[in-house]
Design a protein around this ligand. Structure first.
Ligand code: GRF
Length: 204
């Protein structure tokens, strides 16, 4: 499958995908082809990781567009240019809009650092900690028009420790998240999938 990955930050989830491809070029790498990495900002480690791996990049900034809708259209255009079968939002900190969803809805996957439907939004780790949750984790799901509300593909559980602060907990979640994302993207690419309401059937 041709895959466009969208990032906004450090890009360690992207790196996990790139590493899985490099480690198994004939197997995983033959199924999962990252054809481009897009970002909503420049100067981030995520883009450097892509460049180091020889993957084309593009940047689409909200402030370079007259409106949020125009930005969304530009992001959709830039993504479409690489003809992806799947889009992976891996730490992409923007909500995509109507046009993007019209073109890539049902084939855009997001990873979120909490066990949805608990703690959606930009501060999933902080919110779980503040709530006093004893377990949290990560969720890989399809993107729909809500915030972290789309059909769930897979989840990983992480225990919250008494000693945790946001950074420590997020780091442990990200370890689980990277493995989960590599696995999910591999399975979607290898076996195909069907979304039926809120149920995701992989390889049936
Ligand atoms: C991940 O935990 C993702 O779920 C969250 O931001 C983090 C991105 O990390 N929204 P990275 O950029 O892949 O290192």
């Amino acid at each position: 499958a041709r895959i466009v990955v969208l990032v906004s930050g450090s890009g360690t989830n992207l790196q996990a995908l790139l590493d899985a491809i490099a480690a198994d070029p004939e197997g995983y790498g033959a199924q999962v082809r990252i054809v481009a990495v897009g970002a909503d900002r420049g100067g981030i480690a995520g883009l450097e990781r892509a460049e180091r791996a020889g993957v084309p990049t593009f940047v689409c900034r909200v402030k370079d567009h007259a409106s949020r809708d125009e930005w969304d259209r530009a992001l959709a255009e830039a993504t479409a240019a690489y003809e992806p079968d799947l889009v992976v939002s891996a730490g992409f900190m923007k909500i995509v809009g109507k046009e993007f969803l019209a073109r890539f809805g049902g084939r855009t996957v997001n990873t979120h650092p909490a066990l949805l439907p608990s703690f959606p939004g930009a501060h999933g780790v902080r919110d779980a900690l503040a709530y006093g949750a004893k377990v949290t984790g990560c969720t890989v799901h399809f993107v729909d028009d809500g915030v972290d509300t789309g059909p769930i593909i897979a989840q990983g559980v992480v225990e919250v420790l008494d000693t945790d602060d946001e950074a420590a907990l997020h780091e442990r979640i990200k370890e689980v998240e990277r493995t989960l994302l590599v696995d999910v993207v591999g399975r979607l690419a290898r076996h195909g999938y069907r979304i039926e309401g809120r149920k995701v059937h992989v390889g049936e």
